[in-house]
Design a protein around this ligand. Structure first.
Ligand SMILES: CC(C)(COP(=O)(O)OP(=O)(O)OC[C@H]1O[C@@H](n2cnc3c(N)ncnc32)[C@H](O)[C@@H]1OP(=O)(O)O)[C@@H](O)C(=O)NCCC(=O)NCCS
Length: 171
């Protein structure tokens, strides 16, 4: 646990740092020789999707709560929570590699539980080869729903990430 971390709602001024957290954490998480995802795939995605200026993180829909974890004013983790008609979705949670394993994911989770509709299930989709994240979600109480989906992102190499759905039915 680190003491100088604060969890806050994202503000437009955070947008560029949010993009950098996604980009750096994706690079450390998704390249995988067996699945065929390359470093180039990740770089291509983030260049095309505007991580450089972070423009897509300046505003969010009404049903999304976008949080940052800041350490000494710098964004070191991001978390997107979405309330749908029929379910709560943990849409994204990314902590910079050098800040992982220090309680930030758990701090985001505590905020998620406050935000989510308690009557509805909680879902997350995780790359089926991302064992550390799968173990993190199990630790929080998620179980494999059995559903699998192709990630809705076209990588330059043509490789496809299979996402595993994990759920918590009642919290
Ligand atoms: C997965 C991730 C969000 C977890 O956040 P974190 O800040 O590293 O996790 P925390 O330190 O808050 O750990 C919370 C709990 O989960 C456990 N945990 C975390 N990572 C774990 C792992 N790889 N295996 C087993 N348990 C794990 C911790 O031991 C802790 O348990 P405790 O409450 O008993 O102490 C973070 O490591 C990350 O950003 N990973 C890379 C990106 C990614 O894969 N994101 C998910 C995409 S779907």
């Amino acid at each position: 646990m680190i003491s100088n971390i604060t969890i806050q709602k994202a503000i437009p001024e955070d947008a560029q740092e949010i993009g950098e957290v996604f980009y750096r954490t994706w690079l450390a998480t998704y390249p995988n020789a067996e699945v065929g995802i390359t470093t180039d795939d990740v770089e291509d995605i983030w260049k095309n999707r505007g991580s450089v200026d972070g423009s897509r993180f300046k505003s969010f829909p009404d049903n999304e709560l976008f949080l940052t974890a800041k350490c000494d004013g710098q964004v070191v983790g991001v978390c997107s929570l979405v309330k749908h008609e029929n379910k709560n979705e943990l849409k994204a949670i990314y902590v910079l590699p050098e800040y992982q394993g220090r309680g930030i994911g758990k701090m985001f989770w505590e905020e998620a539980l406050k935000y989510f509709d308690k009557k509805k299930k909680i879902c997350v989709e995780v790359a089926d080869y991302n064992a550390p994240a799968i173990n993190f979600y199990k630790r929080l109480g998620f179980v494999d729903s059995g559903n699998r989906f192709p990630m809705k992102i076209s990588f330059k190499s043509g490789a496809v990430i299979t996402e595993m759905e994990m759920i918590i039915l009642n919290k």
